[in-house]
Design a protein around this ligand. Sequence first.
Ligand code: HEC
Ligand code: HEC
Length: 386
Amino acid sequence: MEMTVMNHKDTETQWHRDARSRILVCARLCAIVSLCLCGSLLALAQRPPLAEDVFKNVQVLKGIPVDEFMNTMGVFSAALGMSCEDCHASNDAKWENYALDTSPKKRMARRMVQMVTTINKDNFGGRQMVTCWSCHRGSDHPKITPDLSALYNRPDEPDDTIAPAPNEPSADEILDKYIRALGGAQRVGSLTSFIAKGTSVGYGPEGTPRPIEIYAKAPNQRTTTIHTQNGDSTTVYNGTAGWIAAPLRPVPVLPISGSALEGVKLDAELAFPARIKQILGKWHVGFPVTIDDKEAQVVQGTAPGGSLATLYFDSESGLLIRILRYSDSVVGRTPTQVDYSDYRDVAGVKMPFRFTVSWLDGKENFSITEIQPNVPIDAAKFAQPK
Ligand code: HEC
Ligand code: HEC
């Protein structure tokens, strides 16, 4: 797949190597986080747990929910090209060690969070214009001098916010073409639920295919379960709340909050695209880009809570081939990308039988073998675990 953001081969290899080591550690951490959550969750009833409720030694990243706190760790790792263990004492499932301040890099990272907050406050009215990525760009030490080879071979790095392009078709036209390509408004509108089965291949230690199931119900409920060697990993949006229940956790539920919640909501809604124009607002169209040697039209929208999502449609077929959506964190936006392919006919509606989800800490390649449309789905599939 051609990456629009990172099409420089060496960078990509380096990135993959870094990502692999990060993800190995992250998998282990799932267990650790849940140990922490175990002690604190009972007391917290409804409110999503904040980082300082759950972790022992939070000094600068206070007042944010646990899922956002963990996203900031993903931003740190990605921005610095580090694995968790570069800042945290190496440890196997001893979660107390994450609270230790023995690593000078960890202490430096804390100072950097404060530095970045001050830069943004003093110069940009508090807007998040400078992030860890702005300087570090995947390296522990920011470069001082422009690199001449990079200067003349610069990868294409689009802004998160797409500038409206003149002379492109309107967002309405592109979205209408998409619905027609799927089978037309009437057929798309009569899809009200489905159950999909297949396999997924994760990254690093999850590199062998594992069975998966997706349960989706219009307008916005979706449950994805991956049957991993260690137990089921399930991501749910049930119409109001979202959570991730992953293996090796004594208390198996991590609530999804804020703009990350808007993200899983968007995934759930887009499974039933009849209402696509209403799902997002402030639609606008950017200049076309090239994805996998094909031209794609770029349409950006904004979710009700303000998160951005960019949709890429194959200029020829009109089908949706990529979504890039963003969640906010106190140290910068975290991107999630879904690439769709292998559209096949299901009850007169085209549905993608392959899709890849990429985010800062991992990547899953889903391959669907069977979709049952318009079947009843047990409400228990969307019920929040106790
Ligand atoms: C660049 C350094 C850096 C990297 C890389 C990093 N962290 Fe952290 N981590 C920190 C800092 C700094 C804190 C403390 C934040 C504070 O004081 O508010 C922290 C705190 C934590 C805590 C809370 C510990 C406690 O009980 O107080 C956990 C858990 C954690 N990190 C997990 C991770 C995981 C998992 C990764 C890899 C995905 C990771 N970190 C990568 C710097 C880092
Ligand atoms: C304005 C530019 C800038 C920004 C923004 C920035 N840093 Fe840095 N950072 C630096 C510089 C310069 C160094 C020193 C590198 C050196 O000494 O070689 C550094 C060093 C570090 C180190 C020590 C690395 C090592 O290997 O010892 C860590 C950890 C770090 N930064 C984390 C962060 C984090 C986390 C963020 C975001 C919250 C951040 N930085 C944002 C410029 C920046």
